[in-house]
Design a protein. Structure first.
Length: 135
């Protein structure tokens, strides 16, 4: 988790913390399992996307868009996954990793996401189907 917590959290360090064992440690970033973890990530990610010039769809809060010349760039967010639709997705990924220090895993051309296979047809158009899910 990357988001900073809004709650005041602390732990008493156990013996595995060696010299800090018994000390009270304050937690600044969210940890999995807290009721507020998902909301903190959602709010933090929203702030990042707004700072990059993206705006949420009026219909769906997790679909973000930005007009670039005569086309739109899209970012679809599902929990902690991002699917990027852009002519320059590498530039968006670099912005997320360098300027906003996100640790991205599995970035690259989309092939499988949310039980759907993504592939290009004979004409080069991006298609989506549930091939693997059906198999």
């Amino acid at each position: 988790m990357e988001a900073h917590t809004q709650e005041k959290l602390y732990i008493v360090a156990g013996p595995e913390f060696v010299s800090r064992g018994g000390n009270t440690l304050i937690i600044h970033k969210e940890i999995n399992g807290l009721n507020s973890s998902g909301l903190c990530w959602w709010e933090w990610c929203s702030e990042i996307l707004l700072s990059m010039g993206f705006h949420p769809s009026k219909v769906e809060d997790d679909l973000w868009m930005k007009r670039v010349s005569n086309v739109y760039e899209y970012i679809a967010r599902y929990v902690d996954d991002l699917a990027i639709g852009s002519k320059e997705p590498v530039a968006i990924l670099e912005n997320l990793t360098t300027q906003h220090q996100l640790k991205l895993k599995g970035s690259g051309p989309i092939s499988y996401h949310l039980r759907a296979d993504f592939f290009h047809d004979k004409k080069g158009k991006l298609c989506m189907a549930a091939k693997k899910y059906i198999d």
